[in-house]
Design a protein around this ligand. Structure first.
Ligand SMILES: Nc1ncnc2c1ncn2[C@@H]1O[C@H](COP(=O)(O)OP(=O)(O)O)[C@@H](O)[C@H]1O
Ligand SMILES: [Mg+2]
Length: 360
């Protein structure tokens, strides 16, 4: 997939612009604080409906304004298409080929992967950071997974409400409970399959790009402990057992004590947990390997190449890592958007950003 052009209105400090992109490499250059990250964020926002650096949508709206809009024309294997997202202080409106659609339909229309310095949080941050990341990655290639997550989150709320009110004897609680177990099993199964596939790629990519001597693995630590490759029925059986075990305690505490909302993912470098043992440079390389593994996951599921964003290339990687990364992208048919404070040695369309003004 390739984004051909973009229009945006009231996005952070950026002037309202129409930008035309190169089908391969686009480089945004400028000093700090000029709006480089904001341009990449605007692209990411139009494709996903969210930011890669904040969960507070309002922050993206230009100071003194009340709404933003962003629109792109893009091309996939089939045809020329367009999507847009409008955001005001209350809601978001998504459209596809100029018709309004629901988020469920919008999700995954265009696929994008971003790499920003803050992504190091995927290793050092709390489990919730990893769950949200992997959930989005799985969902953008697999719409069914998104529906499972939505159902689970609703059921979890109901379940917690009944537990809080100590109404577990109510027959409705039984229904919520068995539905909760059903969706929990489906989600755990998808997470197991995903981790198995991505872990294989992750290890290969880390070796190819950064360190041929080390073995990188991603472990999925479910709330049930470690599971190898169980069937859906086996997972469901285990979840039912874990429910029986925590049932009484749940009633005492008044909230859910089991379920995929307690899962985690762990990165291991040569069998040692990266969070505690890896150097800063290794952590960056681990995350980068993860992000490029996502490229192959999306190609496999969607038969389309995703768009790739790298923010702050120059200050984030040393020169050897930078060179390896650019070489990697030169070999692949992927549209790339990079920001950097200093110029890079690649053939690219260059945009210069100065106080929110973009010149291509
Ligand atoms: N909602 C907003 N409205 C207007 N300006 C903003 C908004 N949010 C951030 N800014 C400003 O935008 C400028 C550019 O930020 P950023 O894109 O992060 O710069 P860069 O990546 O080039 O260092 C900063 O000076 C920041 O204060
Ligand atoms: Mg920046």
């Amino acid at each position: 997939m390739q984004i051909l052009d973009m229009n945006m209105i009231n996005f952070r400090n950026l002037d309202d612009e129409h930008l035309e992109f190169d089908r391969r490499f686009n480089l945004f250059l400028g000093k700090n604080g000029q709006g480089k990250t904001s341009v990449l964020e605007a692209i990411y926002f139009t494709v996903t409906g969210k930011s890669f650096r904040t969960s507070k949508n309002k922050e993206m709206i230009k100071y003194g304004h009340h709404k933003i809009g962003a629109f792109v024309n893009y091309e996939d294997r089939v045809a020329l298409k367009s999507i847009s997202v409008k955001l005001n202080e209350k809601k978001k409106i998504y459209s596809y080929n100029r018709k309004n659609i629901k988020y469920d339909e919008f999700l995954g229309k265009l696929n994008i992967i971003s790499f920003i310095p803050e992504d190091i949080d995927l290793i050092v941050g709390a489990p919730g950071v990893r769950r949200s990341f992997f959930d989005y990655e799985i969902a953008q290639a697999d719409p069914e997974y998104y529906l499972y997550l939505k159902s689970l989150s609703k059921l979890l709320k109901f379940r917690n409400k009944y537990l809080k009110d100590r109404k577990t004897k109510d027959p409705i609680f039984d229904i919520y409970n068995s539905e909760f177990i059903k969706y929990a099993s489906l989600i755990v199964k998808k997470r197991i399959d995903y981790t198995k596939n991505v872990s294989r790629l992750l290890s290969l990519n880390y070796r190819k790009l950064f360190d041929g001597e080390k073995e990188l693995t991603l472990c999925y630590k479910t709330f049930l402990g470690e599971l190898k490759t169980p069937t859906l029925e086996e997972i469901e059986g285990k979840i039912k057992k874990s429910y029986e075990k925590v049932k009484d305690r749940e009633l005492r505490y008044g909230y859910s004590l089991f379920g995929p909302q307690r899962d985690d993912f762990i990165f291991l470098l040569d069998d040692k947990e990266a969070k505690s043992y890896s150097s800063q440079g290794e952590k960056k390389s681990i995350i980068f390997s993860l992000k490029i593994s996502e490229i192959d996951m999306i190609i496999k599921e969607k038969k389309e190449t995703p768009i790739f964003i790298i923010d702050d290339m120059s200050s984030y990687f040393d020169s050897i890592r930078k060179e390896n990364i650019l070489k990697y992208f030169q070999k692949r048919e992927i549209q790339l958007f990079i920001s950097s404070t200093s110029d890079l040695e690649i053939e690219a369309k260059r945009f210069y950003i100065d106080r929110g003004e973009i010149n291509g």
